[in-house]
Design a binder for this molecule. Sequence first.
Ligand code: MN3
Length: 254
Amino acid sequence: MKARNVGTVPDCAATLTRREFLKTTGLGAVALALLESHAVLPAALAESQKGAALMHELPPLPYAYDALEPYYDEQTVRLHHDAHHAAYVKGLNAAEEKVAAMVQSGDFTAAKAVCGELAFHGSGHILHSIFWTNMKPGGGGTPSGALADAINKSFRSYEAFKGLFLAAANGVAGSGWAVLAYRKEDDALVVLQTEKHENLTQWGVLPILVLDVWEHAYYLKYQNKRPDWTKAFMEHLVNWDNVAERLTAARGKR
Ligand code: MN3
C-alpha cells in the first residue's frame, strides 16, 4: 500500500480508510480482524484495496541509526524515529479514521478534538519526515548556489541567518522547532519558532529546514544543554543539498 506523500498537509476532508473500504465493499469481519491484528494481508485482499484510502507510513531513515555519531547518538536516533515519529504517524492515521467515521455517521461532536489531533500529529509527522532528510553524515558547512543567494537576500548573510535560526531554536518555550520556510508570495525565506508541532506558523509557507528541540530530540546526549545540540546540528549535521532541493521544489510550486 502506498503511503501518502509527506508534505501534503492533512486536512479535514473525508477520506475512505481501509476499515471503511472493507466495510463498504463487504469484505467483512475476517478482513477487519486481520487489519486489527496487523496481520499480513493476503495478496488478493491487498490487491482489492487498490484505490482505497492511503494510510500514512513511517518513512525509513535515509542512513543507519549510528550514522550521525558522534553529534547525534544512535540511541536517541533510534528512539526518536522508531518510537516518537512512529507515534505521530499512528496518531495521524487514527485522527483521519475518526474524520471518516464522523463524515459517515454525520455526528460531528468530536470535530474540535479530532481537528486538533490532525494538526498535532499531522504536523509532527511532516516535520519529522523533513528533519531526517535535513541531516546527513558529514553534514554542516555552509549552503551554496541559489540557496545561499536566497539566504543572503532574506537575512543579509549566512552568519546572520545562523544566528537568528539558533536563537529561535534555543528560545522555544518548552517543546518545539526552529523552522526555515519558503514563502512564495514574495519569494522570501522566513525563520519561524514553532511550539509543539503546529503553533506559531504562517499559513502557506513550505518548511525547508527544521530543527527539533523537543527534549526527546536531544536529552539523552545533551541533557539540559540545548544550545550544544542546536550548534552541533548546524555545524555538523545539516544536509544543505537537501535544503537546496527543497527550496527548488518549493519555488516550482508557484
Ligand atoms: Mn521529535
